[in-house]
Design a protein around this ligand. Structure first.
Ligand code: DMJ
Length: 495
């Protein structure tokens, strides 16, 4: 293993990149696609596909901030009331059939949508609904159920949700439930010989399963575990996260690239391709920077910078006139794929936060070009042609996540316009009488409709848009920091 670079680093504060890692030709190609608000996207856009009746690619004149805030708030409540009236206390709403879905295990509920919604309800001033949700959790949430839960999902959704709920309300029971739950998740880390967590753990028995784990599942916990350590004074949670990180980062290639999946028992790669920023790797990188931003641990910053430099150097592909990230062999850097998941669109914001703003802005524009072609983003594309390779849409929040992050960094109105366009498209195409639903095919008109309102919708999608437009005093716009699941882990203002 080669030592990580220890070059002097800038402070945690956000700031534009001082460099670009793209070659000169690519940088020139991208020069017109940096921060100036574009009006050119309308060209070539199918009128039938646009959510704007006038056929424009983006609304040129936005309604007032107050009006957008009111619209977004109303649409959030439409989804929330769909859930509370039909699926209250269950994990997720099926808004078309008006039934419910168990997210973690059949016949078990964690009231997942309630836990996911807590800090959004707080930010929107829905204090009565927030109190109702907390009451339900305090009475019914069982952190030691006989259920094999997916550790990654339990951490980002439940641990993160309870932490954000505690920060929003000060209700100590939420913190103690969070700690209890995390203690039941911890065997996934502590019983692993390498420190790489198993993918599943039974909350009641502590039995672990699933030794082959993708990187996102290894490294998407330090923000929640670190905050829990800070709030409780118990370092076991932070230490478990750091041990897992070390086990993987030590296995990087000579090009500083990582594989996709690794075995928790042997510490050997089981899938060697470097696929960042696609899943199932995506938030591994996000949490290196997020952990540094929250806790100031310079090891996390150095790892983030070393690994990100390698991704930008070996995986950037501007051959189509847009910035995309190809999949490569980590040992040689040879290209092995050109697919791009919608989930990767979060990376635009992460690059900006980590100091590579020029690349982040360019990548955001690449995804905006996909939105020029489809009414809402398809789950997956081949970036060489922008063809949808996975035609569904799981009510994804990642594009709006980047709109919000890049708007906070630049205050460029372009991100508000495109963020608003994301909101109206979702409202126009994915709203149903019982709430909001996923789509099975975004390329048909009308769009193929599914029957699920994923719980993360309450944590993410409209929260990002609401925060961009509302200017709520309940959020610290300067220092606030959100997790991968949109939980505000720093910056909620209660008074
Ligand atoms: C969310 O659960 C989180 O953002 C996660 O990191 C990946 N994406 C889903 C929603 O698409």
């Amino acid at each position: 293993m080669r030592p990580l670079s220890r070059t002097p680093q800038p402070p945690a504060a956000w700031h534009p990149a001082r460099r670009t890692l793209l070659g000169a030709a690519a940088a020139t190609a991208l020069a017109g696609a940096t921060l100036a608000p574009p009006h050119a996207f309308a060209a070539g856009r199918s009128r039938a596909m646009t959510s704007d009746p006038a056929g424009a690619a983006e609304p040129t004149a936005l309604p007032s901030d107050a009006h957008v805030t009111q619209q977004v708030h109303a649409e959030f409540l439409h989804g929330w009331h769909g859930y509370t009236s039909t699926a209250w206390g269950y994990d997720e709403l099926r808004p078309v059939s008006r039934t419910h879905n168990d997210f973690f295990a059949p016949g078990r509920t964690f009231g997942l949508s309630i836990v996911e919604a807590l800090d959004t309800l707080f930010l929107m001033g829905e204090d009565r609904e927030l109190a109702r949700g907390c009451d339900w959790i305090e009475k019914h949430f069982d952190p030691a159920q006989d259920a094999d839960v997916h550790v990654f999902e339990a951490v980002i959704r439940l641990v993160g949700g309870l932490l954000a709920g505690y920060l929003a309300t000060g209700r100590h029971k939420l913190l103690s439930l969070c700690r209890e739950l995390t203690d039941h998740l911890l065997p996934a880390f502590t019983s692993s010989p390498t420190g790489i967590p198993y993918s599943h753990v039974n909350l009641r028995t502590g039995a672990v399963s699933g030794p082959d784990v993708p990187l996102a599942e290894v490294g998407t916990n330090i923000m929640e575990f670190g905050l829990l350590s800070k709030l409780t004074g118990d370092s076991r949670y932070y230490d478990a996260s750091m041990r897992a990180y070390r086990a993987v980062i030590d296995k990087r290639s000579s090009l500083d690239l990582l594989g996709t999946s690794i075995n928790a028992e042997t510490g050997r790669w089981t899938d060697t391709a470097s696929v960042e920023p696609n899943p199932p790797v995506d938030s591994f990188y996000e949490y290196l920077w997020g952990g540094y931003a929250l806790f100031g641990d310079s090891r996390l910053r150095d790892w983030y910078r070393t690994l990100t430099r390698a991704v930008l150097r070996h995986q950037s592909d501007t051959s189509t006139g847009h910035l995309w990230f190809c999949q490569v062999d980590p040992a040689t850097g040879k290209q092995v794929g050109t697919s791009q998941s919608e989930l990767a669109s979060f990376y635009a914001g992460l690059l900006g936060k980590g100091g590579d703003l020029r690349d982040g802005a360019a990548y955001y524009r690449s995804w905006t070009a996909v939105l020029d072609r489809y009414p809402v983003l398809p789950e997956g594309i081949d970036y060489r042609t922008l063809t949808a390779t996975d035609k569904g849409n799981q009510l994804r929040p990642e594009y709006a996540n980047s709109s919000f992050d890049l708007w906070r960094l630049t205050h460029d109105a372009y991100y508000k316009r495109t963020g608003y366009r994301y909101f109206t498209a979702m409202r126009d195409h994915l709203r149903v009488p019982g709430g909001y639903t996923i789509a099975t095919d975004v390329t048909t008109a009308p769009m193929g409709q599914g029957d699920l309102l994923p719980a993360y919708w309450f944590a993410e999608n409209f929260k990002y848009v609401y925060l961009m437009f509302s200017g709520t005093r309940r959020f610290d716009y300067r220092n606030g920091y959100l997790s991968t699941e949109g939980k505000v882990l720093r910056g909620l203002r209660r008074s």
